[in-house]
Design a binder for this molecule. Structure first.
Ligand code: PHE
Length: 470
């Protein structure tokens, strides 16, 4: 097997894993999903899912990764359950597809950095022209893919760890500063209300509940083995439970403050009315440039450029983790050299991303023909990119449900506990153990399976299972 690097410290792992989790999912996707999912009710469900259903999955993934020191496919084989390799393969596939479109959006963010540097604040109103400029967005996406490949080539501890150490805190400070600015604007309070005061009638919507769970999985990078892969570089002395807690809290915290930044800005822009036209994938790209313009010519450029630069870096630490999954798979399983694996995978993934690249205005087919015929409220998508997004999110949920079943009933809780004990010697006598075991054996398998069905019916058939049951 090719030599594997390791993280240089526990903090290094936490930063890299948090870097994987924190990305476009928090700052670009979370706010518009909250908008589409009905505001505070969605936020509440999201928080609940992150801690109750996602946290156990995260611990399981990291434990399997550290135990086996393998990629997601090799991990199941190393544990002696070769017939579960399909689960790892599904993860590798999900990673490839996610990266293919994620890279396109990351390219937009990167492109916006240059627009801000030029002081082109009107780009917000020209978002659809921007995304339809295939040469431009294609080049940005290509640069982004190359940067991702370059970092992955250097190995996890080289690039990722070092970058995350500085960039994550900078991003947090930046968003917090924008929160302070946003809430002082006229009508901001309407946005805060929408974000924080639940409309309980929304809580029975399949789009709210299912959307919150999809968002939680995507944002925490769960269900596809990204954390099995990163876990494989973790030291035996590290405490998996506390690491997972830090990663979850960082990710949720950043998403939360991103929402707190966004909704007052939206309310300000619309004179206090939060409507759904403001949501959708254009949200930050349409709204924020105008906000930076309001700040003033010089500071607007500085803050705007810095914001999109940090957003690009946040996306970069996520794309790196996405690429690391298929790369470690071919490196471990087919003895391909890392450098070659990176180059081949990057080219393949970029190619798979072309339909997504064309799906915001350039190609009529990829832009308009991907409406699901029986799609429900949360499925009113026509773009290929959104379509691919929906499919992979279902894969993540399925992966999460299956991995808890695997850990509890196939690999067995005893072995999981043994792995967690390394680095957390009092685990066997702590209260965490029975709680985690309960989640992994019952709560996660049952709830994730049920909610997976809710999501599929809502997305692909327009049926709200929750309301049918109630
Ligand atoms: N969690 C990342 C984000 O929020 C995306 C991601 C998903 C990364 C799955 C890795 C695996 O942007």
């Amino acid at each position: 097997m090719a030599a594997r690097g390791g993280f240089t410290s526990k903090l290094g792992f936490i930063l890299a894993a948090a870097g994987s989790a924190v990305g476009l999912g928090n700052i670009w996707k979370f706010p518009f999903e909250v908008g589409a999912g009905g505001g505070a009710a969605f936020v509440l469900m999201y928080l609940l899912f992150c801690f109750v259903l996602c946290f156990p999955v995260m611990v399981t993934e990291i434990a399997i990764g550290r135990k086996t020191e393998r990629n997601p496919v090799g991990a199941f084989k190393a544990l002696g359950f070769s017939n579960w390799r399909f689960l790892g393969l599904m993860g590798v596939l999900a990673g490839i597809i996610i990266l293919s479109f994620y890279n396109v959006i990351a390219g937009w963010a990167f492109g916006y950095f240059f627009e801000m540097v030029r002081g082109n604040f009107s780009i917000g109103n020209e978002f659809s022209d921007f995304t339809a400029n295939v040469v431009k967005v294609g080049s940005y996406a290509l640069i982004f893919m190359a940067a991702t490949g370059f970092i992955v080539m250097k190995g996890v501890s080289g690039g990722v760890e070092r970058a995350a150490r500085f960039l994550m805190p900078a991003l947090i400070v930046m968003i917090l500063a924008l929160v302070v600015y946003a809430i002082t604007l006229p009508n901001a309070i309407e946005g805060v209300k929408f974000y924080l005061i639940p409309d309980w009638s929304k809580i029975t919507q399949a789009s709210t509940i299912g959307g919150a769970l999809r968002q939680a999985f995507f944002s925490l990078s769960l269900g596809m083995g990204a954390l099995i892969t990163y876990g494989s570089y973790v030291g035996k002395k590290d405490n998996i439970i506390s690491s997972a807690a830090y990663i979850t809290l960082t990710d949720v915290g950043i998403a939360f403050i991103a929402g707190l930044m966004m909704f007052p800005l939206v309310a300000f822009n619309t004179g206090g009315v939060i409507d759904t036209t403001q949501s959708g994938p254009g949200l930050i790209f349409v709204t924020l440039p105008g906000v930076f313009e309001n700040i003033g010519p010089t500071w607007g450029i500085i803050i705007g450029a810095f914001f999109f630069l940090l957003l690009s870096f946040a996306a970069l630490t996520s794309t790196v983790s996405l690429l690391e999954v298929p790369v470690s798979y071919v490196v471990d399983e087919f003895q391909v050299r890392r450098k070659r694996a990176v180059i081949i995978m990057s080219i393949i993934i970029f190619a798979i991303g072309v339909p997504s690249l064309l799906s915001y205005g350039i190609s009529d087919f990829f832009s308009n023909k991907f409406a699901l015929p029986f799609g429900g409220e949360s499925a009113n998508t026509t773009q290929f990119l959104d379509f691919a997004f929906k499919i992979t999110e279902v894969m993540l949920l399925l992966g999460g449900a299956l991995i808890t079943v695997f850990a509890a009933y196939v690999w067995k809780k005893k072995n999981l506990a043994e792995e967690i004990t390394s680095g957390y010697s009092s685990y066997n006598t702590s209260i965490v153990k029975p709680v985690l075991n309960f989640c992994i054996s019952f709560l996660c398998p049952l709830m994730l399976t049920f909610l997976l069905i809710v999501v599929i019916l809502d997305n692909f058939a327009g049926i709200n299972l929750i309301e049918m049951i109630l």
